[in-house]
Write a protein that binds this ligand. Structure first.
Ligand SMILES: [Zn+2]
Length: 326
């Protein structure tokens, strides 16, 4: 392993990285103090985007660092960064790249709690590069959020501010309020501004229904509609799906195809106490009438050709579930 600059974070926090051949793969294995351990394909490494320091913005690089870190936290194999993932990050909207500051705040609490639970002591200080785990653009930004968590009484610790330094905390722990906040967050009590659509991906009809009817109508009431196709991050798809469901404001489940995955996702969301609305195309559902366990649940039925009426009915149901005024 040679000590080299990390091709993803460019050692922005002054941390070090080493790089060496990744087994028999056409890739290199990188150990970066900030990003963690990951593989990077040679084509990605020599991609003009990565080679040119100015091509990827600090936010794009921070998003890649965070995704690598998150995959490792979720306990999967070493993530492999390919040309495609870099191209995805380049195409994504800047505001979708990193978690929102509120989610970053929850991630900081989770970071500190993990240390406390593991070592039984407070965290002496935030380690260099911890912003990658939190999903902040850099350590300074993350420390600023940590100081605000301290001011709100969720973190305990000693604030330190020196001239020319944005400030940080020492001897950091969670207050009881912090632990309670984290527990509520884990149960998914804090919802974002998107809903999740569980469906059978093999079915182009439902995908078209989503793009032509559901997404535009749901955007009009201030939400976006996600499905698993919107998740292009490296990682175990199951974990990412759980997170997406946990953080969503509501879940729509298409039962038309009797897809078992969609049933599972609906049940998971119900268990978390999310508003779950089932939709079912009657003309397609003859072969798969909804399982009797969901018979009592809110289900919007429609027939082919009734997409517009169905969307209206769905939006009315959603407004009721979310407590929105019409
Ligand atoms: Zn790195």
């Amino acid at each position: 392993m040679n000590t080299e600059r990390c091709p993803i974070c460019l050692d922005r926090e002054g941390t070090a990285a080493s790089m060496g051949q990744y087994g028999s793969k056409d890739a290199l294995l990188v150990n970066c103090v900030t990003c963690g351990q990951f593989g990077i394909s040679r084509t990605a490494l020599f991609d003009r985007h990565l080679a040119d320091e100015r091509f990827l913005t600090p936010v794009q690089r921070a998003a890649l660092s965070h995704r690598i870190r998150r995959v490792r936290v979720n306990g999967s194999d070493v993530p492999l960064i390919t040309h495609d993932q870099i191209a995805d990050v380049v195409q994504e909207k800047a505001e979708d790249l990193l978690p929102s500051p509120a989610t970053q705040a929850a991630n900081i609490l989770a970071f500190v709690s993990a240390h406390e639970l593991r070592f039984g002591t407070h965290l002496p200080e935030f380690p260099a590069g911890f912003s990658a785990a939190v999903g902040s653009v850099n350590d300074g930004y993350a420390k600023d959020i940590a100081l605000q968590l301290h001011a709100r009484g969720l973190l305990s610790g000693i604030p330190i501010r020196t001239m020319g330094d944005p400030g940080s905390l020492m001897n950091i722990g969670l207050t009881l309020e912090g632990w309670e906040f984290l527990e509520r967050e884990r149960r998914g009590s804090f919802s974002s501004n998107y809903g999740f659509l569980a469906l059978d991906f093999k079915n182009s009809y439902t995908l078209e229904l989503k793009d032509r009817y559901l997404s535009p109508a749901i955007e009009q009431i201030g939400y976006r509609l996600w499905d698993m196709r919107d998740i292009s991050e490296a990682g175990i798809i199951d974990n990412l799906m759980r997170e997406r469901i946990r953080d969503s404001a509501f879940v729509i489940v298409d039962l038309s195809d009797g897809n078992l995955g969609a049933y599972w996702e609906g049940g998971y969301a119900e268990g978390l106490g999310k508003p779950v609305i089932y939709i079912c195309c009657s003309s397609r559902a003859e072969a798969h009438s909804p399982h009797f366990d969901v018979n009592h649940c809110t289900t919007v039925f429609w027939g082919v050709g009734e997409e517009e009426a169905m969307t209206k009915s769905l939006i009315a149901t959603l407004r009721r579930s979310l407590g929105l005024f019409s």
